[in-house]
Design a binder for this molecule. Sequence first.
Ligand code: DX5
Ligand code: ZN
Length: 219
Amino acid sequence: MIYISPSILASNFAILGEQVAAAQAGGANMIHVDVMDGVFVPNISFGFPIIKSLSAHFSIPLDVHLMIDDPDKYVTLACESGADFLSVHIERLSDPHKTLSKIRTLGVHPSLTVSPKTPIETVFPYINDADMILIMTVEPGFGGQHIIPETLEKVSALRAETDRRGLKGFKIEVDGGIRRENIGTAVGAGANVIVTGSAVFGDPDISGAVKKLREAAKK
Ligand code: DX5
Ligand code: ZN
């Protein structure tokens, strides 16, 4: 199964609810929520009140991506705000096992994230602690960038490792620069959770964009 997770970073915040509803109507499986603090990444997006509002209003799972300097400090708040999946960057964790376990204890699916320059092998010791691994396909910080093609080699390497361990259907998420033209390549490399920001919310027909991405994923 392929999960499509549109990123609201590219949405129109003045009509956020309408736009999320349109993505859901188009068959989105989750909603990707990018929290940026202006320290870990050179951009500031929004914080936990947005997660709380979306969670109270929608039943679609919230796929929260923390791009912040001290994730351990905010994991509890993110979970209590209504995250269903919580992605934390390995580059900012002193003890990934401990953080992922804490997320799980709080009833949320733990996800470990790697930035483009971080070797994929760094997550191998923590695969069993995570329900998903998020492989950044652009440098984190901004929507609308072009995919870094080499990052898909990390997707293939991780898929080979999870297959080797017999973890059928393990969630491997890709995030950044995914659009209709390359979603098939990402899926072919082994990704099964696909974040798409501008390719969904930058399209005047949000529902149609999700449907077209799903079609393109099959090719
Ligand atoms: C980038 C964010 C992404 C971004 C994706 O730092 O983590 O989730 O919103 O947007 P697109 O699909 O436009 O690259
Ligand atoms: Zn993201």
